[in-house]
Write a protein that binds this ligand. Structure first.
Ligand SMILES: *Cc1c(COP(=O)(O)O)cnc(C)c1O
Length: 618
């Protein structure tokens, strides 16, 4: 027996079980806020409202009533019957911290208007950085840094922007060689060309340091001109067209935000190179190496390689350790790339692998409470997170925090220098830590920083505290996986049911084909109809389905050949008259699914699915 509390009491509850605690905590702290308002110059005369205050209150009440009425049509994501998208019940500490802090309305663009919550944002980023294995120590050779974003999309875009600014900076230095404003730079700057686009990130920092020292050594009246001679060659100034094209390698399972990122940066989607996946739906390290070698042969620079930790559709874990190892092999032959791990979905699972003292739990240790999780490769992928150059994590996904919270984490804070933005009215010359100087977004809610930081303080990000939540969701996934296999056996003769990819974490997809059908298009229509019974009805006055799931379409040409043949055979399909398979997708993050009565609900779900299939496949 353990004395640890059951952390699930921190959720609001499917039926609002924690309503009294929530109300107490909310009302007490809202009162404190008004007391705080009154403390500021208490002698000032209160602002007197004119006529009509009562009527205005009534109008507000009426509109709020209409809002609440409309919200009855909302999706009941807090219920364990909701198995759909990456959203679930919320952790109370985060919601409360957010609601209370919103009343103070701090803007984390600068500590000038957010003296408290900017510190909390640094703290939240440090908590996340420690969870994934970045070194945040003040004297660390590469000291981590990070900040919150409005979500994973922005964090991903920003990582690419940061990677490009850092990796292209040496090109500007090389191009400034020989300019009259830069006498003496020749000895420091490398020559333009393939080599300079392939400096490792450590070499870039070293060059930055040496150029900085050289600038410092110049007489003051020459320094500004020399700096400008370099600045005017930067990609930020001259644009991507004056720079060699660089590609970004992502698995075919990558989130669509990567397309947005290369479009926005003016690189074009042609520069996004898809890497094949293995039968387990993980980035194929062999194909990655082939593509990296091909780029080397053609002298095409690679900006970044992006393994995904927890793919959006299947929850699978790319071999981050293989990508990092490949970066090392490339360095030896003078090729380099930035490694960004898109852990928007799976990042918080890293807490399962973290000991309270910050150390990494061994594979043996981490496996103890699971049936299948984690495979050795999955453990190795998490262990390698700390070697990535940057990582995206979404607190508004598996952090159980309200929407509007993503995070970008950098292994080495020195990279910020390459994107620093001046704005004389906001940032003072030496205000190096101002978030708005480096973040893509400007004004951002301090309330979100409070929500993330307070949640991590109540539930620290290690296996014994926060880690229990993702661990529970993985166990729920293992339960559903086992139950779906039994369902497949029960349905024999009626329909073929298949779980196309063994889950790596807490997402599981299902395909069902009615007996006797061999056409992919017919199965897809059947699945679409099933999905219709398991999804939101926007026209209903309130949602009343028994269960909600989500769906996805997997492109057949994205599957590894063996996996594709096996899947089609298992489902009894041999007429491929459609390019994709329609799948039901289950996200198992509700905290109550990992225990009774959640397990009972998973049985009920399988029985429900069975009924739907039988009534349609007969
Ligand atoms: C959700 C997700 C994103 C995008 O995050 P948003 O917060 O929705 O912007 C990016 N990558 C992966 C892998 C995701 O699962």
């Amino acid at each position: 027996m353990t004395a640890e509390p059951d952390f699930r009491a921190l959720f609001l509850g499917a039926h609002g079980e924690q309503d009294e605690a929530f109300e107490r905590l909310l009302v007490d702290h809202v009162r404190e806020h008004f007391a705080w308002r009154r403390e500021f110059h208490p002698g000032d005369q209160g602002v007197r409202t004119g006529n009509g205050a009562a009527a205005l209150e009534e109008r507000t009440r009426a509109e709020l009533q209409r809002l609440i009425g409309a919200l009855r049509r909302s999706v009941p994501v807090s219920s364990p019957r909701y198995l759909g998208h990456m959203t679930s019940d919320l952790l109370m500490p985060g919601v409360l911290a957010q609601m209370v802090t919103t009343l103070y309305n701090p803007n984390n663009v600068t500590s000038e208007v957010a003296p408290v919550t900017v510190g909390m944002e640094h703290a939240a980023a440090a908590q996340l950085a420690a969870m994934i294995g970045f070194d945040g120590a003040e004297d660390a050779p590469r000291r981590a840094w990070g900040h919150l974003t409005s979500g994973g999309t922005v964090a991903n875009i920003e990582s690419l922007w940061m990677a490009r600014a850092a990796r292209c900076w040496p090109v500007a230095v090389a191009r400034a060689r020989g300019k009259p404003q830069c006498p003496g730079l020749d000895g420091i700057a490398p020559e333009d060309g393939w080599r300079v686009l392939n400096l490792s990130i450590d070499e870039v920092h070293d060059l930055h340091r040496r150029v900085g020292a050289w600038l410092d050594g110049l007489p003051v009246h020459l320094r500004a001109a020399a700096m400008e001679a370099i600045e005017e060659e930067r990609i930020e100034r001259v644009g991507a067209a004056r720079y060699p094209a660089m590609s970004v390698l992502v698995p075919v399972t990558a989130h669509y935000s990567w397309e947005k990122a290369v479009k926005l940066l003016g690189m074009g989607t042609d520069r996004l190179v898809p890497v094949a996946v293995t039968e387990r739906m993980r980035m194929d390290p062999g194909d990655l190496e082939d593509k990296v070698l091909a780029a080397h042969a053609k002298r095409e620079a690679i900006l970044a390689v992006v393994p995904v930790l927890g793919t959006t559709e299947y929850g699978t874990i790319d071999p981050v350790h293989e990508v990092v190892a490949l970066r090392e092999r490339c360095r030896v032959r003078g090729q380099s790339f930035w490694v960004h791990c898109d852990a928007a979905w799976g990042g918080y699972l890293a807490s399962v692998f973290r000991r309270e003292d910050g150390g990494l739990r061994s594979w043996r240790e981490a496996r103890q409470n699971f049936r299948f999780f984690p495979s050795e490769e999955v453990h190795a992928a998490f262990a390698a997170l700390g070697d990535c150059d940057s990582v995206t994590v979404d607190p508004h996904k598996q952090g159980y925090i309200p929407f509007g919270a993503g995070a970008l984490l950098l292994r080495d804070r020195r990279c910020r220098a390459f994107v620093a933005q001046d704005a004389p009215y906001v940032f003072d010359g030496d205000a190096v830590d101002e978030l708005g100087r480096y973040a893509l977004e400007g004004s951002r809610p301090g309330a979100m920083a409070a929500a993330v930081c307070i949640t991590h303080r109540v539930l620290p990000l290690h296996a014994g505290a926060f880690g229990r939540l993702p661990a529970g969701s993985v166990r729920a996934c293992e339960s559903l996986f086992t139950r779906l296999r039994r369902l497949a056996a029960r349905l024999r003769g009626v329909a073929s049911l298949s779980v196309p990819f063994e889950p790596d974490t807490n997402l599981v997809c299902v395909a069902v084909n009615p007996e006797g059908n061999a056409k992919v298009s017919v199965m897809n229509a059947f699945m679409r109809d099933l999905y219709g019974q398991l999804s939101v009805d926007p026209s209903a006055p309130r949602q009343d389905r028994d269960f909600y799931v989500s769906r996805t379409r997997v492109r057949l040409d994205h599957l590894a050949l063996g996996a594709r043949a096996r899947l089609l055979a298992t489902l009894g399909l041999d007429e491929v008259d459609d390019g994709h398979l329609f799948l039901l997708r289950h996200t198992l993050m509700n905290p109550w699914l990992s225990a009774e009565p959640g397990k009972g609900l998973l049985d009920e779900y399988c029985a429900h699915l069975e009924g739907l299939v039988r009534s349609r496949a007969g």
